[in-house]
Ligand binder design. Structure first.
Ligand SMILES: C[C@H](O)[C@H](O)[C@H]1CNC2=NC(N)=NC(=O)C2=N1
Length: 81
């Protein structure tokens, strides 16, 4: 199965990864806040790092040890925020 738009599979299915760039830190953090609210709603949480205007996500299902439908759904939802 191919990765959602804009996402790449890491290590043959271990995780989905994508970077987003914003105007500044405030825009990046606002976006992260929307992601956080969604993640709580669906009880599936992204790994992420942020550096000023950039946010890097890594989506994986820890219990399954790799990418599952929950990660694909979360990636699609993040794309739509
Ligand atoms: C108990 C609870 O459902 C689990 O800890 C959930 C919470 N959020 C999670 N998020 C992600 N990305 N992977 C998980 O395996 C996971 N597990």
């Amino acid at each position: 199965m191919s990765a959602p738009d804009g996402w790449e599979e890491e290590d043959g299915g271990k995780a989905l990864v994508r970077s987003f760039k914003f105007k500044d830190f405030s825009e990046a953090f606002g976006f992260l806040t929307r992601v956080a609210l969604h993640a709580e709603k669906v009880d599936h949480h992204p790994e992420f790092t942020s550096v000023w205007n950039r946010v890097d996500f890594r989506l994986t299902s820890h219990d399954a040890g790799g990418v599952t439908e929950r990660d694909r759904k979360l990636a699609e939802a993040i794309n739509a925020l």
